[in-house]
Design a protein around this ligand. Structure first.
Ligand code: UD1
Length: 363
């Protein structure tokens, strides 16, 4: 009997595993859930389990924060005996975080089949820690489950045979469509005092944006300019919060409303009614495309190019000036007719069913 061991660790993993667990249950598959504990704050983890109706993890490895090497190493050390005890037929890993590559490596070396959900994405930017995690996890995986066709092409170019690749579509979109009405019913814009008016929703947490004081200062000045034109809601990731304090930069964004990290539903409720999003997150680039909200991504590249070619996403340099110009252009376009929601191929709310189908059908 097929038994799936799903691994999650960090915030963006939770919305990807939720629909796959549901689809597995619907097919009567035996499943267990391991949380590595890479993210551990209530606002970065527990609230997502609640919103997404996730079962409590069967095991929490409680590895916490550390340098990349220490965190990745700890996950491997703690995961190996759990894997041995649970003896699954597949280890299913998600996305591109340190928990993903760590558990893929343990599974592969112990001879347990590994499936990677969200395989094949590439930014081609080797200054991003996630890029190494993506490339290595795909090389280790027995089954690479891809969200978009460009991902299939990357895997082929890296020598991964087609027999190990299966296009399934985007599981994040399954969660978005499943929970959109519940998120709307929350009426988060009302509770934040921005209901019925244009406002911007912002998230920033990438090391390349927040770990360098000059870059972070530019971004904050850009946000403060934007806040002169419309309310700006900025839920802050713990890493960014730490940097703001460490570099003493909070005064640069006086007009910006800084919030604690939000739950999935509250965040979706706010994004859904926003005039524009400015972010460096991967997931928000995809969500805004499906919702038809203009998205400015403060990065020089993206591993999700369909959000630019087919969706509402646009890359913008992390400078005050570039942000100001891009905001002008977005607002002009909104006045002239706006943006349409777009559903790239396989972003249809059924990706998780195809994931389970692929796992059950694999030789
Ligand atoms: C990780 C992922 C990134 C993802 C992001 C989403 C890697 C390499 N990066 O980055 O791809 O977009 O999660 O959030 O895996 N912290 C807390 N509480 C927590 C979690 C983190 O305070 O619950 C703080 C700690 O100071 C920690 C820092 O945030 O050192 C960074 O956390 P970490 O998990 O190492 O990486 P993220 O920046 O969150």
């Amino acid at each position: 009997m097929t038994r799936l061991l799903h691994v999650v660790g960090a915030r963006p993993n939770f919305m990807k595993v939720a629909p796959v667990l549901r689809a597995g249950t619907a097919r009567g598959v035996s499943q267990c859930l391991v949380h590595t504990g890479q993210h551990y704050d209530a606002s970065m983890s527990d609230s997502f389990f609640r919103d997404l109706d996730l079962p409590s993890p069967d095991v929490n490895l409680e590895v916490g924060s550390a340098s990349h090497a220490v965190q990745t190493g700890r996950i491997m050390i703690e995961f190996e005996p759990v894997l041995e005890q649970m003896a699954p037929s597949w280890v299913v890993v998600y996305g591109d975080v340190n928990s993903t590559v760590a558990c893929a490596l343990v599974g592969a070396k112990r001879g347990v089949r590994v499936a990677h959900v969200e395989a094949g994405l590439r930014s081609h930017d080797r200054t991003m820690p996630e890029e190494f995690n993506r490339v290595l996890t795909d090389q280790l995986a027995d089954l690479c489950l891809t969200p978009s066709r460009d991902a299939d092409r990357h895997l082929r170019a890296e020598g991964i045979p087609d027999s190990r690749v299966r296009f399934v579509g985007n599981v994040m979109v399954d969660t978005l469509l499943h929970l959109r009405e519940r998120a709307r019913a929350l009426r988060a814009p009302e509770s934040h005092g921005v209901s019925g008016k244009p406002y911007a929703f912002v998230t920033l947490h990438r090391p390349s944006n927040v770990d360098d004081p000059a870059t972070l200062a530019e971004l904050l000045r850009g946000l403060d300019d934007l806040a002169e034109r419309m309310p700006v809601l900025f839920p802050i990731h713990p890493r960014t919060r730490r940097r703001l304090t460490e570099f003493a930069l909070e005064h640069l964004a006086r007009r910006v409303t800084l919030l604690e990290p939000l739950s999935y539903l509250e965040s979706l409720s706010l994004v859904d009614r926003s005039a524009l999003v400015l972010t460096d997150s991967g997931g928000l680039q995809e969500e805004t495309t499906v919702l038809g909200i203009p998205c400015l991504t403060a990065r020089p590249n993206t591993e999700r190019p369909v959000t630019v070619s087919e969706g509402t996403n646009r890359l913008v340099a992390s400078t005050r000036e570039a942000i100001g110009r891009a905001v002008d252009e977005v607002l002009t376009r909104l006045r002239d007719g706006g943006f349409r929601p777009s559903r790239p191929e396989g972003w249809d709310g059924r990706a998780a069913e195809r994931v389970v189908e692929a796992l059950l059908g694999a030789p």
